[in-house]
Design a protein around this ligand. Structure first.
Ligand code: ADP
Ligand code: MG
Length: 208
């Protein structure tokens, strides 16, 4: 991954969350407060305008800057969670203009650790973690098998989508949806859904 690809990932994510904003908002209206699509559309639009000036020189800086923007621009739970993940991902990368799949794996690991440290969610709690953890696992397995970035990110995106779908059957134990308890069953988690969009965006740009 180079600086241009990192920027392309963020732009593709902004496009995806904007295109899917209504669906994310509907999912959040069912088990939360109906602002997830709006939160992410606003947050990633700010990330993109941050890139429009002088683009950062390293992949790490691109991602740290994007994370800081999300933290400052998004009021909901997802802003600090995704913001912390991107900041941790960036901070875990070597400073340079390109990053190998192995280095990206280390960074993605740090990103998930940041989400779990901040939000305290475990797998099965019906959150972002339920898409992110399987995506990371699939990415790690692909990298270990010698796959390049395109194949590894495609595997991660598929796993994130399966993970997001699996949240439908879960009872929410973190975030606003946890107030509903068992009544959250039968609805797909909005945050896990947006996590799948983010990994799908990465696979899309990595494919070229
Ligand atoms: P808010 O809940 O503040 O309105 P959003 O609607 O933007 O924020 O995001 C809701 C999503 O955030 C949920 O669907 C869930 O995936 C995720 N989320 C909430 N709390 C946590 C947490 N503690 N850990 C991980 N993810 C969480
Ligand atoms: Mg919400």
């Amino acid at each position: 991954m180079d600086v241009a690809l990192a920027c392309a990932w963020l732009r593709a994510t902004a496009g995806a969350v904007t295109a899917e904003a209504d669906r994310l908002t509907r999912l959040d209206a069912a088990i939360g407060d109906g602002d997830h699509g709006v939160n992410l559309t606003r947050g990633f639009a700010a990330v993109i305008s941050g890139l429009d000036g002088t683009p950062p020189a390293t992949v790490a800086e691109v991602l740290v800057k994007a994370g800081s923007t999300l933290i400052s621009k998004v009021g909901g739970a997802s802003g600090p969670l995704y913001g912390s993940a991107l900041r941790a991902l960036g901070k875990a990368l070597p400073s340079g203009t390109t990053v190998t799949p192995e280095e990206l794996l280390t960074g993605l690991h740090a990103g998930l650790d940041a989400v779990r440290a901040l939000g305290g969610a475990a797998p099965g709690d019906k959150t972002i973690v339920d898409a992110y953890a399987p995506a990371l696992e699939a990415f790690a397995a692909a990298v270990a098998a010698g796959s390049g970035l395109a194949q590894a990110t495609a595997a991660a995106a598929r796993a994130a989508e399966e993970g997001a779908a699996a949240t439908t059957a879960m009872t929410a134990r973190k975030g606003r949806a946890s107030y509903l308890g068992e009544r959250s069953v039968g609805h797909q988690d909005p945050g896990a859904t947006s996590t799948a969009l983010i990994f799908r965006a990465l696979a899309g740009v990595a494919e070229g």
